[in-house]
Design a protein around this ligand. Sequence first.
Ligand code: AMP
Ligand code: ZN
Length: 462
Amino acid sequence: MRLYDTLARKIKDLTPIDGQTFRFYCCGPTVYGPAHIGNFRTFVLQDVFRRTLETGGLRTLHVRNLTDVDDKTIRESQRVGQTLTEFTRFWTEKFHHDCDLLQCLPPHIEPGAVEHIPQQVAMIAQLVEKGHAYASEDGSVYFNIASFPEYGQLSHLDERELELGRTQTQRANADEYEKQSVSDFVLWKSRRPEDGENFWPSPWGEGRPGWHLECSAMIREYLGETFDLHSGGVDLVFPHHENEIAQSRCACGGHFAATWFHIAHLMVDGGKMSKSLGNLYTLEDLAEHGWTAMEVRYVLLSGHYRKPLNFTFDSLHAAREAMNKMAKAAQQLAAKAPADAVLTSIEFGPFQAAWEALNDDLNTAGALGAIFTGLREAVKTEGLAAAQALAALHRILRALGLVLPEAEKSVTVPDDIIALAEQRLAVRQAKDWAQSDVLRDQLAALGWTIKDSKDGYELKPS
Ligand code: AMP
Ligand code: ZN
């Protein structure tokens, strides 16, 4: 598989460093509220990435963390009067439920920050010892970015007009600090009254880890110093991933991630979908309007991951129509496939182009288009070839994590019902509206709804 690497700024071939298992890390959700479908653009694309590798025969090791302690989780848990653990457990379960609805495979390992405080403290201690970090007067510890000359390579800081504050007087203490300035960032935050019960011991006094550190510590624990790929939404490139690189490279040596995979944002009306802007949709919001998680997934796959994608309700309508079309074609193939067909492997058959699109920088939009082209050929096949095409269709859909809706089942209308409907058509042609209504009521009593159409009627079970 080939993928664009943010650091190298080019498309690269991906092969596992150890020759066996592709080991990758994704920054996970901050569990303080429901994830929105913008967050899910990132998680769904990471899921297709993994499914593509696995469908191609590679083993994977997928690690994704839960941010269960930071400024936001603490603030919100206090607002609703719950302990941090109770509060984050609730939102973690909700997140898992949404991931299931969206057919996102659970990561192999899902570590939480709170469970890894000792590992984070150990990493800070190493950074202090090696001269990359310093404690301030209040017991907080900061990373000294001047001690790591390679700082800024991922986000190409040298090409951006950022305010460079590489001195100890410029420090950022908030988890999500001003993205337009470069400064020493916090590794350990000394205990403050507003933290409530949420503090842990450390050599620098009580406090809690800064947000950027957790990923570095958990990566070291589960993937080691050098691993295949690291991923998140584009907003994480700077400063979060830049800071992770600095911490990990300075504490552990090693190369850290061999490839960086960043997903562009889901937008609404040209702006980023985000909680602070109040323009976000959750799966639940959309379900209330009758949209399924699979339709949302289809929309999220309908653009290339390196370009922002604008979310609209029209795109949901288009997704519904597209999946119904696919389902209908699948049903036609199933009807033509012999029940006792013995399948020989044809790989992706008519969907080879779709498979190639996925492997070519995860072109999900191209893959969806190629499925329709493939289906035009596939529906012309008969017998064993139809069975093979159907198996290939399911294979490519599995790689995309799409489950088709059940195509509308064709219903057999009993003869006596048809007789009543015909009778009603006759009286309508004779303009006997009263009798027409009587017959409509009779049909309704027998469990059928009749709808008049231009050239006759439509019957549906009610
Ligand atoms: P958070 O829960 O805020 O830490 O975000 C979880 C993931 O969603 C991160 O990888 C973010 O980069 C990503 N993300 C946040 N907003 C969007 C968006 N509008 N579109 C795509 N990804 C996003
Ligand atoms: Zn991270």
